[in-house]
Write a protein that binds this ligand. Sequence first.
Ligand code: AMP
Length: 226
Amino acid sequence: MISGVRLVVLGKQGAGKGTQCVRLSHHYVVPHVSTGDMLRSEVKSRSPLGQRAHSLMEQGELIPDEMVMEMVGARLSERDTTGRGFVLDGCPRTTVQAESLDAIVQPFGLDIVINLQVPTNLVMKRLASRRVCVDCGANYSTAAPPLVNWTCDVCGGEVVQRDDDTEEVIERRLNLYEEETAPLLDWYKARDLLAEINGTGSPDAVTRRVVGAIDTLRRKMKGDGA
Ligand code: AMP
């Protein structure tokens, strides 16, 4: 059986993180831990966290670091993730979160941090046409809709445009990405964990590139006697 992985995927909104993380979680047989999906589920269930997060998410603002990291810390201490690992999607988004994650994942640390590189004009196009299932979060687009009348092919849920995929909110989210999240690329580079991957092209092609980068790293580590 393939070994698990302890993977973080970074990239702008619309870079294809959600799609790739689902594929990678199947490939490495580890849970896909998406902070956006977890927060949307808290909002849906109207939990205290969900109620605090709701309006911030609608405006494209970030949820306070300590709230997010408490949620992530709890999820990453469950048995499935401590055992085989995880594909972490949407976190860290700030340096404070990266530091907190560093402490959470000790003693094993992360294997690799992938940055999916996609030009801004392409992510704007992708976000404007993105549609998601309200129940399971499966991703579609106006160019590749579900088979039947905006009903999810996976679970039968309703497929809609996300509240935060409007032009104004997208702009705010992309600005926050540049201010808060982009500096993490240097942070992980300095720790020799970063792999930059071209995120353009078909989903299959991007998955092949990411798996190739992880396999290369593993071979290198084996060669180093790790
Ligand atoms: P996403 O689905 O990853 O684009 O996340 C949707 C929204 O959830 C973001 O615009 C933020 O409001 C919130 N969110 C998700 N992950 C985080 C995080 N790590 N830190 C702060 N806010 C987050």
